[in-house]
Design a protein around this ligand. Structure first.
Ligand SMILES: Cc1cc2nc3c(=O)[nH]c(=O)nc-3n(C[C@H](O)[C@H](O)[C@H](O)COP(=O)(O)O)c2cc1C
Length: 355
């Protein structure tokens, strides 16, 4: 609840997603009708009406249970995927199971994603993962990584040895796919390569530019009356890999890996940009939480807004389907171009084609 209250009442966003440096090219002759645009896709063997997901946010408290109920209801209506927050609380206390389970009860046909922290996999990774999935009859398990949060959290776990091995064990034992997700600091080529080699085939890069957990933890400690005099703390809130860059880094590792882009995805334009540079779909957390805390209707308006703008942008670049969008030409701004050059990442195929 600390996290929910802070996320709702403070400015918890930081950094820059760098989506503003992804330029899609306007077409004066799209040669199609707006009504023909098709944004449907497939995820975890289920059809989605739009390439969107409400990523893991909450659970473990009666208020969180009600928020989950409303978000799941709306996700089902819109035919988009939904995740729950870390299920740690319910794995420890059975009276809290309903606050997560309610998501599957409301979202019967769309992909529902279970969630656990990599550190919580402890000595019995297989059992913990299976229980988290069973609780929701989930279509996949998201294992989240949050080193930037742990290292600034007072009670944080800073011994992160052996996580890759635990993730591999879970992949081998579970009969649903594993998604490994960051929580707002982004994934690098090196991280995605290590995950790919461990057998991970779906990642949520959750890059910098949206909710910033370092900021949340610092605010939380200040609220508890601690004075934090760490030189350089202000600069650290921009730590992390911008979401746009993280998508490009992840895509450079493999053409096959399924990439969910979250972290500062704030409009249908950002969704279009994310897909044009390599993501398969996009996710958002903070906007959904803020909207649903006002009303279910606000969340409906938010999602309608994302989908409408995605369709309009696709129309304006002449992309009828998401497959066309993936092939659309893009021009990068100076920070992304320089980053790619220095990291030895070739320009994406759609840019090469044009040059
Ligand atoms: C209040 C709040 C709680 C979150 N809790 C979790 C969590 O339990 N597990 C997780 O994997 N991600 C969690 N996240 C991270 C989001 O799923 C997402 O990756 C991240 O916030 C970036 O997206 P955004 O900028 O749209 O918020 C949480 C985000 C928020 C705002």
């Amino acid at each position: 609840m600390d996290h929910i209250i802070i996320a709702l009442s403070e400015n918890v966003e930081a950094g820059d997603s760098l989506f503003r440096e992804v330029n899609l090219i306007h077409s004066s002759l799209p040669e199609m009708s707006l009504s023909e645009i098709d944004v449907s896709t497939e995820f975890l063997r289920k059809k989605l009406k739009a390439p969107l997901m409400i990523t893991g946010i909450t659970g473990g408290h009666p208020v969180a249970g009600e928020l989950n109920r409303s978000m799941a209801k709306v996700a089902e209506e819109f035919g988009i995927a939904i995740g729950v927050g870390s299920q740690r609380a319910a794995l420890e206390r059975s009276d809290l199971v309903w606050t997560y389970k309610v998501v599957r009860e409301e979202a019967k046909s769309v992909p529902v994603i279970a969630n656990i922290g990599a550190q919580q996999l402890s000595e019995r990774p297989k059992e913990i993962a299976e229980r988290a999935v069973e609780m929701l009859e989930a279509d996949a398990l998201a294992i989240h990584l949050n080193p930037a949060q742990e290292v600034f959290q007072k009670e944080g776990d800073t011994d992160l040895r052996g996580l890759i091995r635990k993730i591999s064990t879970v992949i081998e034992s579970l009969d649903v796919p594993v998604i490994v997700k960051e929580t707002g600091s982004g994934m690098s080529i090196e991280t995605v390569k290590a995950l790919w080699n461990a057998g991970v085939r779906i990642v949520d890069v959750s890059g910098a530019g949206g909710t910033n957990w370092l900021k949340v933890e610092v605010l939380r400690r200040k609220k508890k009356g601690e004075s934090l005099n760490i030189p350089g703390l202000e600069d650290m809130v921009s730590w992390g890999i911008p979401t746009a860059i993280s998508i490009i880094e992840a895509r450079s590792v493999s053409d096959e890996i399924f990439i969910i882009a979250s972290g500062g995805v704030r409009s249908g334009l950002d969704v279009a940009r994310a897909i044009a540079i390599g993501a398969n779909m996009a996710g958002f957390a903070l906007p959904a939480l803020r909207a649903v805390s006002a009303s279910e209707e606000s969340l409906r308006k938010l999602i309608t807004g994302y989908i409408d703008l995605l369709r309009k942008v696709m129309f304006l670049i002449g992309a009828r389907t998401l497959e066309d969008l993936k092939k659309a030409p893009v021009v990068f701004g100076p920070t992304i171009s320089s980053w790619m050059f220095q990291r030895g990442i070739p320009l994406p195929r759609n840019v090469e084609k044009k040059s």
